[in-house]
Design a protein around this ligand. Sequence first.
Ligand SMILES: NS(=O)(=O)c1ccc(C(=O)NCc2cc(F)ccc2F)cc1
Ligand SMILES: [Zn+2]
Length: 262
Amino acid sequence: ACSSKYVLSQIHPMWQEPLAIPGGDRQSPIDIAVRKSVFDSELKPLVYDYDPQTCQQIWNNGYSFLVEYDDTTDKSTLKGGPLQDTFRLCQFHFHWGESNAWGSEHTVDRRLFPAELHLVHWNADRYSLFEEAVMEDNGLAVIGVFLKVGKRHEGLQKLVDALPAIRHKDSVVEFTRFDPACLLPANTDDYWTYHGSLTTPPLTESVSWMVMKQHIEVSHDQLAVFRSLLFTSAEEDVQRSMVNNFRVQQSLCSRTVRSSFS
Ligand SMILES: NS(=O)(=O)c1ccc(C(=O)NCc2cc(F)ccc2F)cc1
Ligand SMILES: [Zn+2]
């Protein structure tokens, strides 16, 4: 009876909250209460400069799928915004729900989106490796972009077409010449920014978050392919759909969310 593989979409144990959290007063994600955010005229536009040639592979890490970039040189960088230094792109990934009603990690005035994109960068001016930067206060910069279901996203399709090859945890395929800038909204000047953490263990409090005000649109069918991924490796008897891979909103504590727009 165990030989028949069946698929469950249950809350993955990983998303039960760990007990002890380092510090714990600047955790992510959060709800962005728009009327409580503070306009900061000092915030500059984001300056991103991504080289599609640095795209290397796409893989299923058992939490999400990641598109990884060569971050051994300053070829794909982010600066400006609230950032003092130059940050290198190391990977991007998504979080999504089992239905279009939820899936994002951040919310805006409690509004949930079906999915959220995270572009992960680390401070190459001050550290020499991601693993070092991830432990430091000003070590990481993550851009968050909300996804809404609507028209098909042409740039996303190349990525969607690669997903069946990495259905199971720990599967990886070569993935090249993908420009992550195509996943950014037209307007990247309007964002909210705050100091937070990784949203998956080890939840380290090293992230400058920049959440875009403008969302991008993907089609229902494109999002459905995300949900065809599995949390489980090929060897496991019970396969579990990779859905609801988001963390619940955390307390803002004494933090203020700043906006780059009034
Ligand atoms: N959802 S998110 O954008 O907040 C996020 C971004 C990156 C990571 C990550 O790199 N984890 C692995 C990892 C963490 C470490 F702390 C050290 C090494 C390492 F590989 C986790 C969550
Ligand atoms: Zn993430």
